[in-house]
Design a protein around this ligand. Structure first.
Ligand SMILES: Cc1cc2nc3c(=O)[nH]c(=O)nc-3n(C[C@H](O)[C@H](O)[C@H](O)COP(=O)(O)O)c2cc1C
Length: 407
């Protein structure tokens, strides 16, 4: 690992075209002594897209889609964030095929009828000048599950008439008490890769600014990558190169159809909590291979290969996954997005200034406080914190005087 120094911090910011000196002594002050925009609120440019600030809505399944289509809940959910001043957003895991959904409540992008609802979501963010991406993926052996509020167990146990046959690189169940998936034939693998391309094309038609390929949390792509779930001896398994092939080909299928100036993100489980699964060294090798195929940002989550997502060996604690983003950023020399219990403005800003990541993804903290960006702007000494909010809110907040400056 490298770059946790002031030099690393300066490099962090210049990579995105922001040249401000990130020396901790000078953060908060411009050279003329006036207040500077804090690093968390500096823009981040990747290909043709500019994130307004470094705070990004992490993908979060809402489990209330209507046969894969957007519902009013999704609009309200994203409306909270779109009006809260985030720098960008990623729409939840969205199935590239119907059987690629995790649950019957998951969003889909397997047919053109899904485009219209997704367009309404992109419009919501674009109205606020905020870029929005969509996470496309296939659930693999973790599919055909009940929604979390109904227990998240295999549907075959609870609502068998809604269950479907899951697929995976090998016929190995998630755990002994989950259904055994069917091992994919080579021709089926090729067909699924083509579906990644079709899904990406629909995402472009819906107006998304970038695509995130879901390669994490034990779903299909991750299950190809992990030696625990991939026991194939053909070209789709075996050594590290064989196990990363599905990920690389999925990215190639996406890159082939999206405009060359559109960023592609990839969410990885940088490590697993289990021995014998993905290591950070494997992930750095994967990151280099993906970067060579045009992936721009690695979104570094963890875990999920045999159970709950987000698990690393260390128990969850504030910022517990940030070091993985830092290692990938330094060793694969590519931009990263950090996630995982990022809760406080100063903590979020440190992720950027210490060179760990270019973007900071928040989930549950944004659910708790969709105006996190505004509050962070105040806490970090932004010279005009109200300006992170939509103009019509900013207008009134800038005229609110309650004895102390609140923005
Ligand atoms: C309700 C909910 C739904 C989630 N859905 C997804 C998803 O669709 N795709 C994904 O990669 N991660 C998903 N996650 C994981 C989050 O993106 C994030 O990595 C995790 O919540 C840790 O961030 P946090 O501590 O800021 O919440 C979900 C998390 C929550 C709480």
């Amino acid at each position: 690992m490298a770059q946790s120094t002031e030099a690393g911090a300066a490099e962090t910011l210049s990579r995105s075209g922001v040249t401000r000196d990130a020396d901790p002594e000078s953060v908060g002050r411009d050279t003329d002594g006036t207040k500077a925009v804090p690093p968390l609120f500096q823009p981040f440019a990747v290909r043709s897209v500019t994130f307004k600030n470094r705070i990004v809505v992490t993908p979060m399944c809402q489990y209330c889609a209507d046969e894969g289509h957007i519902t009013p809940w999704h609009m309200a959910h994203h409306g909270r964030f779109a009006l809260g001043g985030v720098g960008g957003a990623v729409v939840e895991a969205t199935g590239i095929t119907r059987d690629g959904r995790i649950t019957p409540g998951c969003l889909g992008i397997w047919q053109d009828s899904h485009i219209e609802g997704l367009k309404a979501v992109t419009r919501l963010y674009h109205d606020q000048g905020t870029p929005v991406g969509i996470q496309i993926g296939h659930a693999g052996r973790k599919g055909s599950a009940a929604v979390p509020l109904e227990g998240a167990r295999p549907l075959v146990e609870t609502v068998p008439d809604q269950a479907w046959q899951t697929v995976a690189p090998s016929a190995i169940p998630l755990t002994a008490d989950w259904p055994t998936p069917r091992a994919l034939e080579s021709a089926e693998i090729e067909a699924l890769l083509a579906e990644f391309g079709h899904a990406a094309a629909r995402a472009v038609a819906a107006g998304f600014d970038f695509i995130e390929v879901h390669g994490a949390h034990g779903y299909l792509i991750h299950s190809f990558f992990s030696p625990l779930s991939n026991h194939r001896s053909d070209a789709w398994g075996g050594d590290l190169a064989g196990r990363m092939r599905f990920a690389v080909e999925a990215v190639k299928a996406v890159r082939r159809v999206v405009p060359s100036d559109m960023p592609v993100f990839y969410r990885t489980s940088a490590v697993d909590s289990e021995d014998g699964s993905v290591t950070i060294e494997d992930t750095v090798a994967l990151a280099k291979a993906l970067k060579a195929q045009g992936v721009d940002v690695l979104d570094c989550s963890a875990g999920g290969i045999t159970g709950a997502s987000g698990r690393a060996k260390a128990p969850p604690a504030p910022g517990y996954l940030v070091p993985y983003a830092h290692t990938v950023r330094a060793d694969a020399d590519m931009p990263t997005m950090a996630v995982g219990l990022i809760l406080e403005p100063e903590q979020a800003q440190r992720v950027v200034t210490d060179g760990s990541a270019d973007l900071v993804a928040l989930g549950r903290e944004l659910i708790a406080n969709p105006n996190f960006a505004y509050h962070a702007a105040i806490a970090l000494g932004h010279p005009a914190p109200h300006t992170v909010l939509p103009e019509s809110y900013a207008f009134f907040l800038s005229r609110r005087h309650i004895g102390k400056k609140t923005g």
